[in-house]
Design a protein around this ligand. Sequence first.
Ligand SMILES: [Fe+2]
Length: 426
Amino acid sequence: MCWGLPSSSCSLMVAALMVYALFGCCLAAGVLYFKSWSCPPFNWISDIYPRLTYFAYQSLLLSRATPDTSPQFMPVDKITPKMQLEKYQLSYALNIQVPVGFEEEFLGDPILPNRITQRLEETLSYIPQTDRFETFGPDEDPVEFAMNQMCSVYPEIYQVWEDKLSDVALTRFCLFGLGAHRVETTTENGERYFVVRSNALSNLPVRSGFERYGGDAYFDMGWNAVKIVDAGLGPLLTDGTVNLVTSTPSDGAQWDRAKFRFRSSLSVLVTLVDHLYGIHLQTANIVVTAVREQLSADHPLRRFLTPFTFQTIAVNDNARNNLIQPRSMGPRCFAFDDVGMQLAFAAAPSLILSGIEVSVEEGGPFINRAKYIDYLKDKKGIDTEYRRRQRAKNITSFSGSSWPTTLGATIPPQQVLWLTRSCRGF
Ligand SMILES: [Fe+2]
């Protein structure tokens, strides 16, 4: 008995006091520290989630060294044996598995995850999420604001785009910038246009307070902006009816708004479909998984590809945990609600423009990038600087021959397995 309480209650009280003494003070200090970011001069107006993410990334940057292929970063004796990797099943019914971060090779690197940091990262997505709708004033600079908030995490600036809003800027955005890999051609009423589309996102539901995405931007054959056709402005109907709003350069404020909506929508489409799904989850994930699971440590192809897959597993697992998992950074940044996120990822495989989408009747699907670029030029009239440079850098020029379209008998068995595993993922 203590203080007149039964011994079991007394033990619980002592245990609670010990837990508080051990963790409570640290927890309270941590909460106060992150709360202090809301005060001047920092003025962070965010949830705790981006603050913790920023803090983690800041510490990563401080401990990061620039890797090279020397024994310091890629010692040959640390190349892991060929083996099955432990994997996560992705959310959003993508039927894709991503190796867990600590399956990474060369685990001596201090920035690589261990099981404890992995578990801590997993729990971040449970932090509540709030949306804020404050807007910038006419005399405020959003870029300067973001730079001040991000401090050292803000990426190094190597291009300055003074003009982001004009029609010329819209052309540059589509022809040389974020839309360069999504240029298509179409004919309407006898007129031929270049078009960059984002209306595929227009029927996906968003959280309260946001507009739906949308906008297909049309250009004439001289790359002058002609119109933006937006399917995301009308009410979201479930009977299949789509309300299209067409804006042209003579429409003043409506045109400026259409351009803003299009730029925003394309950035989401490219980030979610091409970057997250196409690059991280398809290309990089499938190649690195096939390399690690099908090629032994002393295989020449494994040795050749090892520098190109350096930390790919860790990066992809980061993308899975911090960008794709429900309530993680990706869903917090995009306007989609949970259903919208599910539908966006479900549509991602059909929205990628990489050569796979070309039908058999038209000579596809293309895995060979050079042949795809030739097809775009000859059959679609798309001959842009982006595609010309991409063709010049095509990896087939490295080996001096085309990527095999059939698996010849001269290819060693391990290589056949690797190729099969890689190609099956596409
Ligand atoms: Fe990335």
